[in-house]
Design a protein around this ligand. Structure first.
Ligand code: GLN
Length: 538
């Protein structure tokens, strides 16, 4: 069978949850026994989001094969359980770089290189990358909103490609907003009509509308949307805000037969839908009488929820595994100092310090970690969080007052964290960190070894600095255990404190490999340790 293709576009406004919707559709089709692959095309000019501030773009998600990508890929992986790779995310910057490099190499000799056909051809070839192998259904989400100038080449490319594949082989799904206007007491279909109008004017005729709305709409609304948008009424789907968890979205869509309708539109047999595991997970997640566990997340991009998306999700998964209800206290690290740290953390049962870059907020993180260590609060440090934990321990336990990371203080007296050897001399900032999955060997009898239950793991990295091996001995002499190292033993990947109830930190990002049906062992163990704290009535 040749691969069928679904194109998901968005209209009216951004942040409608296109990624979640696409991921939910992916899950449903996978659970109907189809081999699927997912992809996001982003219209901005950066080659990847790696050089953008999280304030601009939210979290940078890292794939197993070391690509810095859009955070929607996190939804894809968490929902479908299928790994993404370098072909799962393309940006305009990447598309143009390829075309321009080919032009310089003489690949278009004699031609005027143009948006149509050269850029659109390059986009189509990116789309074909997810159809390879035995993929039966590929789902491509187009970033941005219909009407954006930047989106135009993508829309033209999917128009051409849909036409090439022919009816029954490709499908347009348009996600739109049906707002409720309080003052008028009415739901409005006009924004959707207009956004579908934009698509129709360029030759894209959506076959299914998924309407984000605050409340359910009537048959009258459905018929009106169908008529004005040229979609059959049964293909007008409502996607109301879910009550408790984003993981309810697939069930909401399945309840309206979205997956079945998609398969019909794609001329594919309707196979049995198996949501047993997912439903079981949701049951646990939504269980009312679970004990609440409050975890402080102390970071520098705390005002933007998307900046730590995978962290919050992985904590949720950990809570599912621990059978507790998660409450997150988001704390701005810059506002934490020795005088207020105890107050800020009062009442939490665990502390997580996530990754980050630059000097802002670092001292607040170090204060936080000191408090967690001294008051024996369960602590999980990730990437910069591990680096801060090493600096804190060096300063306050080993007495190395001038300990620091050379990222924060380049001339630090005791550079406990310093640039990785491979990073010296690197001047380009894009895609040049230590990226993607690396093997890590776990020490026998360590907490890391117990948590993972295996001797070797593979986890994803995104950093330039490392634990300086020159300081390993002194930190170990003072009681820090190196629980995980690179296979050649040179890089410190995990540290822990055996004389603390639960204190672990890792140089990698475990949050990228957690999913609701398969919570990451580190997050599960962290939440279990925090749950013990909460039962202590501290
Ligand atoms: N800024 C640190 C480094 O580059 C940590 C990176 C991170 O937390 N992702 O090593």
């Amino acid at each position: 069978m040749s691969c069928k293709h679904i194109f998901v576009t968005g209209g009216v406004i951004s942040s409608l949850g296109k990624g979640l919707t696409a991921a939910s559709i992916g899950l449903l089709l996978k659970q109907r026994g189809y081999r699927i692959r997912m992809q996001k095309l982003d219209p901005y000019l950066n080659v990847d989001p790696g050089t953008m501030s999280p304030f601009q773009h939210g979290e940078v998600y890292v794939t197993e094969d070391g690509c810095e990508t859009d955070l929607d890929l996190g939804h894809y992986e968490r929902f479908t359980g299928l790994p993404c790779d370098r072909h799962s995310n393309y940006t305009t910057g990447r598309i143009y770089s390829n075309v321009i490099a080919r032009e310089r190499a003489g690949g278009y000799l004699g031609c005027t290189v143009q948006v149509i056909p050269h850029i659109t051809d390059e986009i189509k070839s990116a789309i074909r990358q997810v159809e390879v192998g035995d993929t039966e259904i590929a789902i491509t989400e187009i970033g941005g909103t219909a009407g954006d100038i930047e989106s135009q080449p993508y829309l033209e490319a999917i128009r051409q490609y849909h036409q090439e594949l022919g009816p029954g082989n490709a499908l347009y799904i348009h996600l739109t907003l049906v707002p409720y206007i309080k003052a008028a007491g009415e739901m409005k279909t006009k924004p959707s009509q207009q956004s579908v109008g934009i698509l129709r004017s360029i030759g894209i005729f959506p076959e299914m509308l998924i309407c984000r709305c605050e409340r359910s709409f009537t048959q009258e609304h459905r018929d009106k949307l169908a008529l004005f948008c040229g979609v059959r009424p049964e293909h007008v789907i409502e996607e109301c805000d879910v009550k408790n968890s984003i993981y309810e979205v697939p069930l909401d869509l399945a309840g309206q037969g979205v997956d079945e309708k998609i398969l019909r539109l794609l001329d594919l047999p309707i196979r049995q839908l198996n949501m047993e595991v997912w439903n079981g997970m949701l049951e646990g997640l939504l269980e009312e009488d679970r004990r609440e566990v409050e975890i402080a997340v102390v970071g520098k991009y705390i005002t933007l929820r998307d900046a730590y998306k995978s962290i919050y999700e992985a904590l949720t998964h950990g809570a599912i595994a621990a059978g507790v209800k998660l409450k997150v206290r988001m704390l701005e690290s810059e506002e934490i100092n020795p005088d207020n740290v105890a107050e800020k953390l009062r009442g939490v049962q665990g502390v997580l310090v996530p990754g980050g870059f630059g000097i802002r907020g670092v001292e607040g993180k170090i204060q936080t970690i000191r408090h967690a260590r001294e008051s024996r609060l369960p602590f999980l440090g990730i990437c910069l969080g591990m680096q801060c934990a090493a600096v804190e321990f060096a300063r306050n336990v080993c007495g190395l007052e001038g300990a620091n990371s050379t990222e924060a203080v380049p001339g630090a007296v005791d550079p406990v964290i310093s640039l990785l050897d491979e990073q010296r001399g690197v001047t380009d900032m894009g895609g040049t960190m230590r990226l993607g999955a690396y093997t890590c060997t776990l020490k026998d009898a360590s907490c890391a070894r117990a948590v993972y239950g295996v001797t070797e793991i593979r986890e994803r990295h995104r950093h330039r600095f490392e634990f300086n091996p020159r300081y390993r001995a002194v930190l170990e002499e003072h009681g820090m255990v190196v629980g995980g190292v690179s296979p050649d033993g040179t890089l410190v990947e995990m540290i822990e404190l055996p004389d603390h109830p639960w204190f672990m930190a890792c140089q990698f990002h475990p949050e990228f490999k957690s999913s609701p049906v398969c919570p990451h062992p580190l997050f599960a163990a962290f939440l279990k340790a925090a749950a013990v704290e909460s039962s202590d009535d501290r």
